[in-house]
Design a protein around this ligand. Structure first.
Ligand SMILES: *[C@@H]1O[C@H](CO)[C@@H](O)[C@H](O)[C@H]1NC(C)=O
Ligand SMILES: *[C@@H]1O[C@H](CO)[C@@H](O)[C@H](O)[C@H]1NC(C)=O
Ligand SMILES: *[C@@H]1O[C@H](CO)[C@@H](O)[C@H](O)[C@H]1NC(C)=O
Ligand SMILES: *[C@@H]1O[C@H](CO)[C@@H](O)[C@H](O)[C@H]1NC(C)=O
Ligand SMILES: *[C@@H]1O[C@H](CO)[C@@H](O)[C@H](O)[C@H]1NC(C)=O
Ligand SMILES: *[C@@H]1O[C@H](CO)[C@@H](O)[C@H](O)[C@H]1NC(C)=O
Ligand SMILES: *[C@@H]1O[C@H](CO)[C@@H](O)[C@H](O)[C@H]1NC(C)=O
Ligand SMILES: *[C@@H]1O[C@H](CO)[C@@H](O)[C@H](O)[C@H]1NC(C)=O
Ligand SMILES: *[C@@H]1O[C@H](CO)[C@@H](O)[C@H](O)[C@H]1NC(C)=O
Ligand SMILES: *[C@@H]1O[C@H](CO)[C@@H](O)[C@H](O)[C@H]1NC(C)=O
Length: 692
């Protein structure tokens, strides 16, 4: 079995994806990396500026006293026009914001490169915000990682574990004390940075970081990171994209609730969980108040969530590029700029997922209109969050709160089913009666075109995380995946199928977070075929990351990458987008640790753990949700009745799934794939065992 297993490892490769972050990496202030982007003619550097560049927008990407220095205004535009944006404005202002602005206004037009350079030297300093951290709860050889039977996986897991100490940071005491001079939002506890030039905390990355830290048994570090986010919600109103001021007015996919949920499952720590839940609720309220809209579809109104930032100005981190993009667009510049930061908020920055799919600007960033798209993943995340909060409150014996969130969960689940499931009605040509063609998947919806966007994205599968998939749905999902040939790619599941785009969230790039959620989505169905595909996909990716780290392609650097190439199994990293590929890489490390453990040790890290904890029953859909609400029911008889019913159902489920499984396993045996099969056998036995 080991030999076959090894062979497969050698043959397969993986993918990963990275951090959706807009703009170039954080090199302006922290590192000397040169940006490798070629500017078109209108972006050519100048030597004198005759008049300030007028940008016709009203709401910059940040607020506060440093806004006119770092986020909008002539210091920023001049710096870009001179081509000095990598060094100016610098990491820290000297004096107060008022004196810096006054000093700039005292320069007289035309402004020369020399006078601007002296202004920069006199008004800014380059300092580091962060200090390296060695974590007290990091142990050299964690027991669980040492138990991983497969040598390659164990080696990769240890490497990912080792890297926590390379990526640990905290804000320096000086930044915390004199925060108003730095364009950052400090947090009190140490955290993990993504790596490469991304040298500050990021929001959604931290979910995969936490999954990995829990494998590393670093629960104190996890508590610190969660507390940081809780503090940000309490002081800032929501969790910003990252700690950089320039990224502070937009959020990122709302994964805070899931961070707490995973922590609770791993530790059972009720007190800490209780102390954080008010911040979790506050964050969800932010999304409800600012990102939820009523949208019409087929004559009915639905309350859906969108990534939709309020700022409507170019991003400082790519100012002139955005400026021309907006000015040259056929759409209103402010709409382009707003949709650009909304795409950053989605984490998929950038992707043809937010562009036209037909017409002259198809697959081009010129057509970006994120603000008109209703994304299936965000609505899934909110549903998932409602369920997690309902379960956590139930565990804490707060039944009223639990019921409130259960209701939100049920409502949004219904929307997921009705609004996003693609069901196309087509009139038969021979008869006049209507026949229904169900595409068989959940899709993003374009409000402008009043039509679903029928492209493959891994996110199309995410509703499986929260909806109870019936046999018919499971069958169609399987067909959808086969039809789109997504399992044929050796390196993992790409962000899109091949399209005419070089954005980093398009083909061929595979990113860790989407791959990880794709795998969990398939696992959630408990369907033998999809579970097997989930395992194969996880193996491909893990193997790909292994190759890139320990046996990179000839002539390539070794590393754990931000994103991988779906077309290759040799560890090749991905590319495209606005900045060179980054190495490090926190969410890849975290996702790989969790993917390995989920399958190797399901009792601790797979679905089994959740069930043992009594959090989720065999089904993870709305029905499970209702049974999870028992505490709120007034009548004991009802409870007992329901329990009996659930018990019978689960017996039935075990019988049916055992039967189903046996058939699948027999077929596999016939094909003489013993190694694979033994492993599947173990996995499924583990999954079944706690449904007894
Ligand atoms: C950028 O432009 C320079 C000079 O025009 C050229 O030599 C170089 O190959 C270009 N780089 C890329 C990545 O296109
Ligand atoms: C600025 O934007 C407003 C609102 O979109 C528009 O009416 C106006 O024409 C724009 N001005 C310039 C100079 O582009
Ligand atoms: C800017 O110029 C004004 C008048 O020329 C002067 O009063 C002021 O002190 C100058 N400010 C700074 C910060 O140099
Ligand atoms: C804060 O800034 C002031 C003035 O620049 C300096 O004197 C002080 O030492 C700084 N505080 C810390 C903790 O570094
Ligand atoms: C995790 O760490 C705690 C100490 O923080 C220790 O008591 C426990 O045994 C560790 N668990 C494992 C599985 O190593
Ligand atoms: C949790 O909090 C309660 C009440 O504050 C306290 O009595 C209990 O000891 C705490 N439990 C733990 C494990 O810290
Ligand atoms: C914007 O459009 C102008 C004229 O239509 C063109 O010359 C210029 O190259 C374009 N700039 C960019 C950055 O696309
Ligand atoms: C794309 O196709 C849709 C419907 O097929 C149409 O309504 C829309 O106008 C087209 N968009 C472009 C930019 O051609
Ligand atoms: C909730 O109530 C049950 C039954 O009264 C009790 O066993 C359990 O410890 C309580 N949980 C918490 C977190 O207080
Ligand atoms: C791809 O895009 C480029 C420029 O964006 C365009 O010139 C080319 O025709 C496109 N190719 C296809 C096959 O659409």
């Amino acid at each position: 079995m080991e030999a076959a297993h090894l062979l497969r490892w050698v043959a397969l490769i993986a993918v990963m994806a990275s951090i959706s972050r807009c703009g170039e990496p954080d090199q302006t202030q922290h590192s000397g990396h040169a940006r490798e982007m070629n500017h078109s003619s209108t972006l050519t550097e100048v030597n004198t500026i005759d008049a300030p560049l007028v940008v016709n927008c009203t709401i910059p990407v940040c607020d506060g006293p440093l806004k006119d220095i770092y986020c909008i205004g002539p210091i920023l535009t001049s710096s870009w026009q001179f081509g000095l944006q990598k060094s100016c404005p610098g990491a820290k202002i000297k004096g107060t914001p008022q004196t810096v602005l006054e000093n700039f206004h005292n320069l007289t037009y035309p402004i020369t490169r020399e006078s601007f350079t002296s202004f920069c030297d006199e008004n800014f300093e380059n300092v580091k915000y962060l200090e390296k951290v060695k974590f007290d709860d990091w142990k050299e050889n964690p027991e669980l990682i040492g138990k991983i039977p497969d040598l390659r996986r164990r080696k990769l897991a240890l490497e990912a574990h080792r890297r926590w100490n390379l990526l640990g940071r905290r804000f320096s005491p000086e930044v915390v004390a004199n925060g108003s001079q730095y364009p950052v939002t400090p947090v009190p506890n140490p955290f993990i940075v993504p790596g490469g030039d991304f040298d500050i905390y990021f929001y959604w990355d931290s979910y995969w970081v936490i999954e990995g830290l829990l494998v590393s048994n670093m629960t104190a570090t996890v508590r610190g990171i969660i507390s940081n986010f809780a503090q940000l919600v309490d002081t800032h109103g929501f969790i910003p994209n990252s700690g950089k001021l320039q990224l502070s007015a937009r959020s990122q996919p709302p994964m805070f609730t899931q961070m707490l949920y995973e922590y609770f499952i791993a530790t059972g720590d009720a007190n800490f969980t209780r102390s954080i839940l008010p911040s979790v609720e506050k964050e969800l309220q932010f999304w409800e108040k600012n990102r939820q809209f009523s949208v019409m579809k087929d004559g009915a109104a639905f309350n859906v969530f969108q990534y939709k930032t309020t700022s409507n100005c170019p991003r400082p981190e790519n100012f002139l590029v955005d400026y021309w993009q907006g000015v040259n667009s056929t759409r209103k510049p402010e709409d382009v700029w707003s949709s650009t930061t909304s795409a950053c908020e989605s984490g998929w920055d950038f992707s043809s997922r937010w562009f036209d799919l037909n017409g002259t600007n198809a697959y081009s960033k010129k057509s970006i209109h994120t603000n008109s798209i209703v994304p299936v993943d965000l609505n899934t995340f909110m549903t998932w969050n409602y369920r997690a909060v309902a379960i956590l409150y139930k565990k804490l014996n707060e039944t009223d709160k639990s019921a409130d969130f259960r209701k939100k969960f049920n409502d949004l689940s219904a929307t997921l089913e009705k609004f996003f499931w693609d069901e196309q009605e087509v009139r038969s040509t021979c008869k006049s009666q209507k026949i229904r063609i169900i595409s068989g998947i959940w899709l993003d919806f374009d409000i402008e075109l009043n039509a679903p966007r029928r492209s493959f994205y891994p996110a199309n599968l995410f509703p499986l995380l929260v909806l109870k998939a019936t046999g018919d749905v499971i069958k169609r999902v399987g067909e959808y995946l086969e039809k789109n040939s997504v399992f044929t790619m050796p390196g993992g599941i790409p962000s899109t199928l091949p399209v005419n785009s070089t954005e980093q969230w398009d083909f061929p790039n595979v990113w860790a977070p989407t791959l990880h959620l794709f795998v969990i989505s398939l696992l959630s169905t408990r369907d033998a075929y999809l579970v097997q595909k989930a395992k194969e996909t996880a193996d491909k990716f893990t193997s790909n990351v292994y190759q890139g780290m320990f046996e990179p392609p000839e002539g390539a650097k070794s590393g754990i990458w931000e994103k991988y190439d779906a077309r290759k199994a040799d560890g090749s990293h991905g590319g495209g987008g606005e900045y060179p590929v980054q190495e490090g890489f926190a969410w890849t490390n975290g996702a790989v640790l969790h993917l390995i453990m989920m399958f190797d040790q399901p009792a601790q890290f797979g679905f089994t753990r959740r069930q043992q904890f009594g959090l989720e029953s065999g089904d993870s859909g709305p029905d499970e949700g209702k049974s999870g609400m028992l505490g709120a029911f007034p009548n004991n008889a009802v409870i007992i009745g329901l329990l009996a019913f659930c018990f019978c159902l689960s017996i039935l489920f075990v019988v049916v799934s055992n039967h189903h499984l046996r058939r699948v396993l027999e077929r596999r045996r016939e094909r003489n794939e013993r190694a694979e099969q033994d492993q599947m056998d173990r996995l499924l036995r583990d999954m079944d065992s706690d449904e007894d």
